[in-house]
Ligand binder design. Sequence first.
Ligand SMILES: O=C(O)c1ccccc1NCC(=O)[C@H](O)[C@H](O)COP(=O)(O)O
Length: 281
Amino acid sequence: MQGFSSKTPETPVWTEPEGTLGQLTREAHARAMAVADRLEALKAVARDARPVVPFHQALTGPHLRVIAEVKRASPSKGTIAPGLDAVGQAEAYVRGGAAAISVLTEPTRFGGSLEDLQAVAAAVQVPVIRKDFLVHPVQLWEARAAGASAALLIVRSLAPSLLPLLIDTAREIGLEPLVEIRDLVELERALAAGASVIGVNNRNLESLVIDTATAPAIIPHIPSDRVAVAESGMQQPDDLHAPRDAGADAVLVGSAVSTATDPEAQVRALAAIARHATARR
Ligand SMILES: O=C(O)c1ccccc1NCC(=O)[C@H](O)[C@H](O)COP(=O)(O)O
């Protein structure tokens, strides 16, 4: 029961994340504090941002959808795609059939930026999600001001009182939260907090160990009125069979598409698997 210590099974107590996720979460909190006084200015910019392209709707339907990620680097792989043209990459993903684009904005370990997010959101017609370690409402306003339609909230990073607050704030400003979990305890927290789009990460963000059996094991427990997304560790079309057969609505793929010599063809190959009807949960 990762992330919880408990005297009895009924009273789990949240503990701060450890390892890589702990460091990333603390650094993201410090960055949020540094821009917290810009909240009113960001709200003004957000009013003029491009209208929200509905994220939930883009992932809903009988077929498995592909969310393709713009990912320059990562803690587990180091440099992935130096000099990546974020807009060109995202446009190629869309031509290949991506239903949505994920843009990493974390600067120190992923080489991302809000500029990438803004440029991609301005260039494509599909919804764009801000992928970062979000712990404060000001970061949600940054995302909306940059034109995002959705933002990642990682359950493991957020104290129990913060998760529902950030989910509610995201919705109030027009962002759909992609609420990320790794196990059934976190699924309970996500559901209790009102998550509609739930991502199951195959990567343990504290240890960086990938187990591609994680998402297929958890997704059947996600109620059928929620959108289920399998995340991480999928390299090739065959890797999509297990999440699809478990009833995933979408898969999120980063490294494999960011390193592809032909990203449009790579996404098209993934989407071809995705086009087979997904199992119903
Ligand atoms: O990718 C990492 O090494 C990583 C490390 C610590 C926290 C988050 C990390 N990645 C975020 C993601 O979950 C992925 O970018 C995303 O799911 C795509 O994963 P992949 O297809 O395996 O690149």
